[in-house]
Design a protein around this ligand. Structure first.
Ligand code: GTP
Ligand code: SPV
Ligand code: MN
Length: 599
C-alpha cells in the first residue's frame, strides 16, 4: 500500500507522527480516510493472508470472521495501567506505574516494533463530528483489524481532520500488536505479544499507549481507553461525566420520550436493555437506542444533563444473542459486520451458543477446529463479539447524531446478582443514589480475565475504567449532582436473581420493559412507590402486567429483602471503603449509617 499524503497541516500532529515513525520503523505509512473502498482493500488483503474469512454474501453481506490468538481474547486488567504523576491520583483500584518509568519501558518495546508492517494513522471523533461534547483522537496502529473495527466504532477520516484544523486538541493513541515481521518471515494470522502486553494511560498528558494485544478494549483505543479512562479525567476537570452506560429512549403511548442511562458491568445486559423490545401487550410503548456501552453526560446552562454516545457502532457480546433475546442486535449484525471468535457454519455464515435452540450439525469453531454438538466444547469464545454499525440498528434513536445530546431523566445501576438484591428499587436522594452506585457489585463474566461467577465490587460498573481515584470519582458525582437544577432519579435493578433450584426468578429481556415503565414514570413523578429501608419500591400493583402471567407470590420472592442479609452485605462494602478511606467523601459514610439505622 502506498503512503498517501496526510490531509492535515496540524503541526503538533505531524510532529508526533514523525516521532512515531522514527521509533516504530514501519515499512509503510498509511493515513486512513475511513472510506468503504479503503476498508474493502484492507479486508481483501487480510483474507489473502488468512487473517479474515469473507462470509457468504447471500447470508451475511459485507461481513467477515476473524479468529484471534487464543491468548488474546479479552481485556487484560492486570496489564492495564494508569500512569498519573502521583500514585495517589490513580488510587488503590488501578495499577499504577511512574510515568517516566513506564515511558522508558514502552520506548524499548516500541523500538522497531512495526518493522515489516504498515503503520496506519486513524483520525477519529468520539461523538458526532463537530459536537461540543465530542473529542478527537488519532490512533496509530500496525493492525489492519483495528483499522476496520475503528471505522465502525468511531467516526473516522478526513472530516475529523477538518474539524481538528491546524491547532485543535487531540488525544494521541499509540498501538502495536508487538510483533515485528522480519524480512522473509511469514506472518501469523493474529499477531500479538501476550508476554509483554501493556495498556498504559497518561491522564495528565491525555495520551494512550497500548502494546501486545489486538483485541477489543485493549486495541480499539477510542473505546475504553479514551472514552472512559482518559475521558473520566477530562470529565472530572470539566464538570461532566464519562460513564460505562447505555443510553435509551423510552416513548410512552402519548408520544412523550424519556431518556435513561444505565450502568451494568461488562457482559451484564447493556446491549439488550438498550435495544429492548416491549411486550406487544404494552401497546404504544417503544424503546429506541442511543448507545449500548458508553455515555458522555454534561450539564447544560440550565442545569439539566445531556448525553451523547461517543461511539458509532456496537461491539456486542455474541453468545446468548438471538432473535428471541435481542432481535434488534441480530438485525444490527445482519450485514456490514465484523465477527471475532464465533463459529463458522458450512454455508459460510456464523453461529454461536444461544443463537438458535438447535446447533448446526457441523461447524468450524473459534479455534479453527471441526465442531459437532456432541464434542463437549463450546463453538464460540464466551467473549466473542460482533462489531456492527449503529445505523444498522432498527430501533436507533432519531437524536443519535444530535450535537447537543439527549436529556437524561434517570440513571440505573445494576449487576449480576444471584442472591439478595431485589428486582428494582429507587434511591431516596441523589447522594443515596451515588452510594448505591458506589456499593454495587456483580458476578464476574468472561469479558475480562478473572474468576467467573465471583461477586466483585464494581462501583458504577467503572472499576476497570475509571482513570483516577475511585473515591474522588464518587466525590465528583456528588458535586455534579449538587449543581443540577433538575436531578435525574437514580435506580438499582437486578435481572439475575435465582431460586434455590438455580432458575431465574425474572424472565428478563423484553419483560424488563415493565420495570423500565415504572422507572420512567417515577422519573416523571407519576408512579406510586412505597418507602422501604433500602429505597422506594414498587408494589405488585404498580407494575404493568398486561400479557405476563406473574403472580404476587413470585413478585414477593423477587422483591424480598432480608434485613440481616442486607446488613451483612452493607458491612461487606467496608472492604472497598477502607481501601479508599483517605479520599472517601463523608456522604458515603453517612449514607451507610443511615441505611444501617433504617435496617
Ligand atoms: P459489554 O459490552 O461487555 O460492556 O457488556 P454488555 O453489558 O453490553 O453485555 P451484553 O448486553 O452483551 O450482555 C450479555 C449477557 O447478558 C448475556 O449473557 C445475556 O444472556 C445476558 N442478559 C441480558 N439481558 C438479560 C436479562 O434480562 N436477563 C438475563 N437473565 N440475562 C440477560
Ligand atoms: C467491556 O468489556 O465492557 C466491553 C468490551 O465493552 S471491550 O471493549 O473489549 O472492553
Ligand atoms: Mn463495556
Amino acid at each position: 500500500m502506498k503512503s498517501k499524503t496526510p490531509k492535515t497541516t496540524h503541526r503538533a500532529l505531524l510532529k508526533w507522527m514523525g516521532k512515531m515513525v522514527e521509533m516504530c520503523r514501519p515499512e509503510w505509512v498509511h493515513w486512513c480516510d475511513g472510506t468503504q473502498a479503503e476498508a474493502d482493500r484492507l479486508f481483501a488483503e487480510m483474507v489473502k493472508r488468512g487473517t479474515a474469512i469473507k462470509l457468504n454474501p447471500k447470508k451475511r453481506p459485507n461481513s467477515y470472521l476473524f479468529r484471534s490468538d487464543p491468548r488474546d481474547v479479552a481485556r487484560v486488567e492486570k496489564r492495564t495501567f494508569i500512569c498519573s504523576h502521583s500514585k495517589d491520583d490513580a488510587g488503590p483500584t488501578n495499577n499504577w506505574e511512574e510515568p517516566r518509568a513506564m515511558r522508558h519501558k514502552l520506548k524499548e518495546l516500541f523500538a522497531g516494533c512495526m518493522k515489516g508492517r504498515t503503520m496506519y494513522v486513524i483520525p477519529f471523533s468520539m461523538g458526532p463530528v463537530g459536537s461540543p461534547l465530542a473529542q478527537i483522537g488519532v490512533q496509530v496502529t500496525d493492525s489492519p483489524y483495528v483499522v476496520v473495527n475503528m471505522r465502525i466504532m468511531a467516526r473516522v477520516g478526513n472530516q475529523v481532520l477538518k474539524v481538528l484544523g491546524e491547532h485543535g486538541f487531540f488525544v494521541p493513541c499509540l498501538h502495536s500488536v508487538g510483533r515485528p515481521l522480519p524480512p522473509g518471515e511469514k506472518d501469523v494470522a493474529w499477531p500479538c505479544n501476550p508476554e509483554n502486553t501493556y495498556i498504559a494511560h497518561f491522564p495528565e498528558e491525555r495520551t494512550i499507549v497500548s502494546f501486545g494485544s489486538g483485541y477489543g478494549g485493549n486495541a480499539l483505543l477510542g473505546k475504553k481507553c479514551l472514552a472512559l479512562r482518559i475521558a473520566s479525567c477530562m470529565a472530572r476537570d470539566g464538570g461532566w461525566l464519562a460513564e460505562h452506560m447505555l443510553i435509551t429512549g423510552v416513548r410512552n403511548p402519548e408520544g412523550e420520550k424519556t431518556y435513561v442511562a444505565a450502568a451494568f458491568p461488562s457482559a451484564c445486559g447493556k446491549t439488550n436493555f438498550a435495544m429492548l423490545i416491549p411486550p406487544k401487550e404494552m401497546k404504544g410503548w417503544k424503546v429506541t437506542t442511543v448507545g449500548d456501552d458508553i455515555a458522555w453526560i454534561k450539564p447544560d446552562a440550565e442545569g439539566r444533563l445531556f448525553a451523547i454516545n461517543p461511539e458509532n457502532g456496537f461491539f456486542g457480546v455474541a453468545p446468548g444473542t438471538s432473535r428471541q433475546t435481542n432481535r434488534n442486535a441480530m438485525e444490527s449484525c445482519r450485514k456490514d459486520t465484523i465477527f471475532t471468535n464465533v463459529a463458522l457454519t458450512d454455508d459460510g455464515d456464523v453461529w454461536w451458543e444461544g443463537m438458535t435452540p438447535k446447533p448446526p450439525k457441523h461447524l468450524i469453531d473459534w479455534l479453527g477446529q471441526d465442531w459437532t454438538p456432541d464434542c463437549g466444547r463450546v463453538s464460540s469464545h464466551p467473549n466473542s463479539r460482533f462489531t456492527a454499525p449503529l445505523v444498522n440498528c432498527p430501533c436507533l434513536d432519531s437524536e443519535v447524531d444530535n450535537l447537543a445530546g439527549v436529556p437524561i431523566k434517570a440513571f440505573v445501576f445494576g449487576g449480576r446478582r444471584m442472591h439478595d438484591i431485589p428486582l428494582v428499587y429507587q434511591a431516596f436522594t441523589w447522594s443515596q443514589g451515588v452510594y448505591m452506585g458506589a456499593t454495587m457489585g456483580s458476578e464476574q463474566t468472561a469479558a475480562a480475565e478473572g474468576k467467573v461467577g465471583v461477586v466483585r465490587q464494581d462501583p458504577m460498573a467503572m472499576l476497570p475504567f475509571c482513570g483516577y481515584h475511585m473515591a474522588d470519582y464518587f466525590r465528583h458525582w456528588l458535586k455534579v449532582g449538587k449543581n443540577l437544577e433538575e436531578r435525574p432519579r437514580i435506580f438499582h435493578v437486578n435481572w439475575f436473581r435465582k431460586n434455590e433450584k438455580g432458575e431465574f426468578l425474572w424472565p428478563g429481556y423484553g419483560q424488563n420493559m415493565r420495570v423500565l415503565r415504572w422507572i420512567v414514570e417515577r422519573a416523571n413523578v407519576r408512579a406510586f412507590a412505597k418507602e422501604s429501608a433500602i429505597g422506594w419500591l414498587p408494589r405488585y400493583q404498580d407494575l404493568d402486567w398486561r400479557g405476563l402471567d406473574f403472580s404476587k407470590e413470585q413478585w414477593d420472592e423477587l422483591m424480598a429483602m432480608d434485613r440481616e442479609r442486607t446488613k451483612t452485605l452493607t458491612l461487606a462494602h467496608e472492604e472497598l471503603f477502607i481501601r479508599l478511606f483517605d479520599h472517601l467523601p463523608k456522604e458515603m459514610i453517612f449514607e451507610r449509617e443511615l441505611l444501617l439505622s433504617r435496617l
